[in-house]
Design a protein around this ligand. Structure first.
Ligand SMILES: [Zn+2]
Length: 423
């Protein structure tokens, strides 16, 4: 942790903090650069770093925070006391110190009285909303089916608003804001949807503005795989990790990257279209209109089609869990298809590893249903495709097969944006 001392005249110089959206790109575009630092920014940066450290380490005492930051306890108290006064943090009962130790420690953690956060997961056919505590405990949730995405947009928006409104009505206090994970392309600068395959009614819809107007709360919208990544970063296996990638498989294929402590979005959120990176020149036609995308060889629709050609029973119902089960029962053709599925998922992961070496991959969605058997098969293929190198140990972690991680991750967008954590 790198805390900047507010009181120190040199503090600002040490902070090395550039506000989001500022930087060389803005300068090249002829826009004026914002001031690199202001004292309020240094304050919020320090506050963000303290909160980020708590997320990474769990409950931590002021003394330990001070030790980790290399500053004195007065500086730490200057940062945490306003957070305690605002009921964001709470100091627990004293834990007796070790014999001969100093004062008893009182770990700081997120207060159960803190304002909650609201997460919304918007998929082409359903909307799922939750209210969660700052440490990721879901207190209320509701899921609703959406009207046909090829019809008019208004009934879809009314359903989304009803789902979010009902969930917000169950919140103990007014949430800090609403985070929305969208199963489609988004413009994160404008808070609008670019396109949702299977629900063209939502194309170009300014959803963040609409929800903000209806509920009077700040709204942040992002791509579904990046919401998944935030779910892992704040509440899951990505806590305290400097870099990792998430990969989602299912009806669609997607992923997101956490680089050196930052979620990587690309300009206006255009990055991370991993499902539409090319793995086969002149390969099969993809739903995006191009050919040979990773999406064409590793989604459930590919798996079901191949299960039908292999003569497996009930191919239209097959998923990774059923396929692993069939392979275990030596259903003819199942073992071979399982290996091809693993290899096809592995090829995109291997490309990602060769490009940016995240080394840790958290897999979500269908492949999680395949359990250790499928995870190990994917890992073996990736390791066979990527040359061994120092520092290149690759780890695979099973995430969530359902909505949970993405839903919490959507709420995590609020943490990243509104608590001004440096992500
Ligand atoms: Zn494509």
């Amino acid at each position: 942790m790198n805390i900047t001392d507010d009181d120190s005249p040199n503090g600002a110089r040490n902070a090395m903090f550039t506000p989001p959206g500022d930087g060389a790109g803005a300068e090249r575009a002829g826009r004026p650069r914002k001031a690199l630092l202001s004292s309020s920014m240094v304050g919020s940066t320090n506050r963000g770093r303290v909160l980020q450290t708590l997320f990474d380490l769990g409950p931590t005492s002021r003394a330990d925070l001070a030790r980790l930051a290399g500053v004195n306890r007065t500086t730490i108290s200057g940062i945490v006391q306003p957070l305690i006064d605002d009921q964001v943090l709470v100091e627990s009962d004293p834990i007796p110190a070790n014999p001969g130790g100093g004062k008893p420690a009182r770990p700081l953690w997120f207060s159960p009285k803190a304002r909650p956060i609201c997460g919304v997961l918007l998929m082409p056919d359903a909307v799922h909303a939750c209210v969660s505590t700052l440490d990721g405990k879901i207190e209320a949730e509701r899921k609703m089916a959406l009207p046909d995405g090829r019809g008019p947009v208004q009934p879809i928006i009314e359903t989304i608003a009803e789902c979010v409104g009902d969930t917000l009505a169950k919140a103990r206090r007014t949430p800090f804001g609403i985070g929305v994970g969208v199963g489609g392309m988004v413009d994160t600068d404008r808070g609008s949807i670019v396109t949702v395959n299977l629900a063209p009614a939502l194309d170009r819809y300014p959803l963040a503005d609409e929800l903000g107007r209806r509920f009077g709360l700040p709204v942040k919208l992002d791509h579904h795989p990046r919401a998944l990544l935030l779910g892992d970063r704040w509440f899951g296996a990505g806590r305290g990790v400097r870099q990792f990638a998430v990969v989602f498989t299912g009806e669609v294929l997607g992923g997101a990257l956490y680089f050196d402590g930052h979620l990587y979005r690309g300009t206006a959120g255009a990055g991370g279209e991993l499902g539409h990176t090319f793995v086969q020149l002149d390969g099969e036609l993809c739903r995006c209109g191009r050919r040979g995308c990773w999406d064409t060889i590793a989604t459930l629709s590919w798996l079901r089609r191949e299960a039908a050609s292999a003569g497996l029973p009930e191919p239209e119902l097959i998923d990774a869990g059923r396929l692993v089960d069939m392979a275990a029962h030596q259903v003819p053709g199942a073992e071979k298809l399982l290996d091809r599925y693993a290899r096809n998922v592995a090829v995109g992961i291997a490309n990602l590893q060769q490009t940016v070496a995240p080394n840790i991959f958290i897999l979500h969605g269908d492949v999680v249903l395949g359990g250790d058997r499928l995870l190990e098969a994917i890992a073996a293929h990736v390791r066979a495709m990527v040359p061994a190198r120092p520092g290149g140990k690759i780890e695979f972690i099973a995430g969530d097969a359902g909505d949970g991680a993405a839903l919490l991750g959507a709420a995590g967008l609020v943490i990243s944006e509104l608590l001004q954590l440096p992500i």
